[in-house]
Design a protein around this ligand. Structure first.
Ligand SMILES: NC(=O)c1ccc[n+]([C@@H]2O[C@H](COP(=O)([O-])OP(=O)(O)OC[C@H]3O[C@@H](n4cnc5c(N)ncnc54)[C@H](OP(=O)(O)O)[C@@H]3O)[C@@H](O)[C@H]2O)c1
Length: 236
């Protein structure tokens, strides 16, 4: 509990200084660096103890963010499920440029958790109306090809979201990293080997083209959760 309080304070002090949410990129990968198979299957990479810790993190952070591909493929609820039904649900945040989220997505059940969807100005007004009926918030971020992530983070900070647990997938993680919007990485590594050149990695996109440009993690620590190892590091 003390440790969770410290994590909360770490996020709050960043928010207080910058007005922007503190973003923690969380990923769960196999030892050979895959977060899902080429068919998109990712249940489950890590064991129960790691997954329990993720729910503790969801409990302390204000928002949880995924790309629309993860929302479509995994059909996640993105809620906090701790023993005894305790736990606070973060606001669920989806980067979905053209509002592709299906209307039967579990993320549209807003009875226990809010859902905020970021899209571009070109997204369908008709689909927005349908989404609004489910009680979600739709925020347009300009006329780019993808969601303008700087705009999205500023909106979140201005609307009281002090911290965000970024849960991928690879494309969104890359864009957030490239835009320098991530402060911390929490990477769970399961002792599994998956292989597959088309399996998905924690950070994809075009990637940096020289090793010298790679994002360096600092102040590293390593924790163990059951058979999994978790590497925690800070960016900048
Ligand atoms: N093991 C794990 O920890 C873990 C965690 C999460 C996901 N996964 C797996 O990862 C897979 C999905 O990953 P993914 O890389 O294919 O997709 P993703 O990152 O979940 O979603 C990417 C999509 O987000 C939308 N998007 C909107 N604005 C964006 C922006 N500025 N930058 C990047 N994307 C933006 C884009 O679609 P539009 O252009 O239509 O908006 C883009 O195609 C799934 O198979 C899932 O199971 C595993």
């Amino acid at each position: 509990m003390e440790k969770l309080r410290e994590l909360e304070e770490e996020a709050y002090s960043f928010y207080k200084k910058t007005g922007m949410p503190y973003v923690v990129m969380k990923s769960a990968m196999t030892l050979d660096g895959k977060i899902a198979t080429s068919t998109g299957d990712s249940k489950w990479v890590t064991g129960e103890q790691s997954r329990h810790h993720v729910h503790e993190l969801r409990h302390i952070y204000d928002g949880i963010m995924v790309g629309v591909e993860t929302a479509i493929k995994d059909r996640p609820q993105l809620t906090t499920r701790l023993p005894g039904g305790n736990g606070r649900n973060p606001v669920r945040i989806i980067a979905d440029s053209s509002l592709r989220l299906p209307l039967d997505s579990p993320l549209l059940d807003t009875s226990n958790a809010q859902t905020w969807i970021f899209c571009t100005d070109e997204a369908s007004i008709e689909k927005e109306k349908q989404l609004l009926k489910h009680g979600v918030r739709v925020i347009r971020t300009g006329n780019g090809r993808h969601v303008n992530l700087h705009h999205a983070m500023k909106y979140l900070g201005d609307n009281g979201i002090k911290s965000v647990l970024l849960e991928g997938g690879g494309h969104l993680n890359w864009s957030m990293l490239k835009a320098s919007l991530v402060q911390k990485a929490v990477i769970f590594i399961a002792p599994k080997l998956l292989g597959g050149r088309n399996s998905i990695s924690p950070i994809s996109g075009e990637g940096f083209d020289r090793m010298g440009l790679a994002t360096q993690l600092n102040n590293l620590s390593v924790e163990q959760f059951g058979a999994d190892v978790c590497v925690i590091g800070y960016i900048n």
